[in-house]
Design a protein around this ligand. Structure first.
Ligand SMILES: [Cu+2]
Length: 524
């Protein structure tokens, strides 16, 4: 078997190296229209990407294929501007010999979609066109926006050409967000086929810092997931196979990134259905967390391992400055020997119930091949990154508890014994209230709790101290089996008596199974 990278097909279109403009809205399934342009200089204060034409996509993917079975990491092209067209369509990827694998992508990509670049304070309009023969939605994960613009299960986009056009001010801090389907009971299916994309928000505070910021060169988005393939090369999706047997990074099988010998920033998204990653490097090197879901942390946090649950993002910086040009180092996930209830800790072995060859073991996530440093390399991390003041328990003027429940082995997980019902409002919050939410998980398994609308401060874990690296704005948290956690958030700006926000487990199989509730933020 020769796994083929999605970008391999794209590369065949790279004639003459010219920057081919992608015509927004004119995508067709399976076409490969990404251009291959070099990136700009690292001196730009804003994130660097070429082809800054409004509505245009560019890509920094210009890495030569490798010869020993690894595939060059695909870097999604960027899409900039304030009036953006996103079109989701069916496609295929030739991952294996034989039949192509059916996939979904946005704007002509075969799997995943362009990276949207947005600036804090700007007002954006998105036109999302659905070329699928099924309904979908597009959720702007982590964004603080009105509920009717949020892209949850109520904002469906009609099949076969429907368009939804939300508009909102970008109020979030500079950070890494993502967009993905949030279709009622179809999130797993649509995510599994590859629908999603990154959003990078930029702001003046982040831009003033000497951080790696050249997209695709020293600033690399990494969407981590895995898939299993059936005998016809289709992605497997059954109730007992939420874990894939093969690692995909940005949709690339057995990915290798060619990176310069300097500080490199990774914007890591766990895009899995269920697996949690316990990330590190094969040589045990220390790396630094610089950002959580909703923004920069106040100071870099050194780590050697980093747990990241589905839906979570961490921005990290790894120092390749002392790695020899031509050397290799692998990012790995150290998922062996975890305690019972760790998602992906079940016994390895494809075909077993909930099994996967990547379960309960250490496996390669991304191979890094080191090349010479760039001319304007960042070589030292700033000691101070931000000056956030986080909410504390003392700030909260209202409290509520949400409990993860089920009715016994084999039954779906629910919140408070109530499966998700589109017609039921589970919580009502008064606008401008600072609330403390306690999430109780006494059940058999760990989960990934995500709440829309707000960025919260994680204030306590019953199992021990909140990790230093978690001390930042977050919208998603990993909750262990038999744990309760508390977070504090202010529910400001957007009230509605009609349009709810969601809170749910970001393990898409659990979400689709009913582990989701909805809340209204009502006027005071
Ligand atoms: Cu869950």
């Amino acid at each position: 078997m020769t796994p083929i990278n999605p970008s391999f097909r794209r590369r065949q279109f790279l004639v003459g190296g010219g920057a081919a403009l992608f015509l927004a809205g004119c995508s067709s399934a399976g076409s490969s229209t990404s251009s291959n342009t070099s990136t700009g200089t690292a001196a730009d204060p804003a994130i660097t990407s070429t082809g800054g034409t409004t509505g245009a996509t560019t890509t920094a993917d210009s890495v030569a294929p490798t010869t020993d079975g690894f595939n060059p990491l695909w870097i999604p092209p960027t899409l900039t501007g304030t009036d953006l067209q996103l079109t989701i369509a069916a496609s295929t990827v030739q991952y294996k010999d034989g039949a192509a694998t059916a996939t979904l992508g946005y704007n002509g990509e075969d799997f995943w979609g362009p990276t949207l670049l947005m600036t804090k304070g700007s007002t954006v309009r998105l036109n999302v066109t659905n070329q699928l023969d099924e309904e979908t939605t597009t959720h702007w994960h982590g964004f603080h926006i009105p509920a009717e613009m949020d892209g949850g299960p109520h904002q469906t986009i009609a099949a076969n050409g429907g368009t939804w056009s939300p508009t909102f001010e970008v109020k979030n801090n500079a950070a890494t967000f993502w967009y993905h389907p949030h279709m009622h009971e179809q999130t797993w299916s649509q995510l599994n086929r590859g629908a999603g994309g990154f959003i990078i928000v930029q702001d003046d505070e982040e831009a003033a810092l000497a951080l790696p910021r050249t997209y695709g060169v020293d600033d690399i988005p990494l969407m981590l997931t895995s898939r299993s393939f059936d005998s016809d090369n289709a992605f497997v999706l059954t109730e007992v196979t939420p874990y894939g047997d093969e690692m995909l990074v940005n949709g690339t099988l057995k990915a290798e990134a060619t990176l310069p010998a300097q500080l490199v920033r990774f914007r890591i998204l766990n895009g899995e259905i269920e697996r949690v990653y316990n990330l590190g490097f094969e040589d045990g090197r220390t790396f630094h967390v610089i950002g959580t879901d909703g923004g920069l942390v106040n100071a870099p946090v050194p780590v050697t391992r980093l747990l990241i649950a589905p839906g979570e993002r961490y921005e990290v910086v790894v120092d390749l400055g002392t790695d020899a040009v031509g050397s290799m180092v692998s990012m790995q996930s150290f998922n062996g020997g975890q305690t019972f209830g760790f998602p992906g800790g079940e016994d390895a072995g494809s075909g077993q119930t909930f099994g996967s060859t990547l379960n309960n073991t250490t496996f390669d996530v991304l191979r890094i091949s080191v090349i010479a440093a760039t001319a304007e390399a960042i070589t030292t991390l700033p000691t101070t990154l931000a000056n956030n003041t986080y909410w504390t328990a003392a700030d909260a003027t209202n409290e509520r508890t949400v409990t993860i429940t089920d009715t016994g082995p084999g039954t779906p997980f629910t919140f408070d014994d109530q499966g998700y019902d589109m017609e039921m409002i589970n919580q009502t919050v008064t606008l401008d209230t600072v609330e403390q939410w306690t999430i109780e998980n006494g059940r058999v398994f760990s989960h990934s709790f995500h709440i829309h609308d707000v960025q919260f401060a994680l204030v306590s874990r019953s199992t021990g101290p909140v990790g230093e690296h978690e001390n930042g704005w977050k919208d998603t948290l990993y909750i262990f089996k038999d744990e309760s956690v508390q977070f504090v958030a202010k529910f400001d700006d957007f009230a509605s008596t009609d349009h709810p926000f969601m809170y749910h487990c970001h393990m898409a199989n659990h979400e689709d199974g009913g582990l989701m509730g909805q809340f209204l933020v009502v006027p005071a």
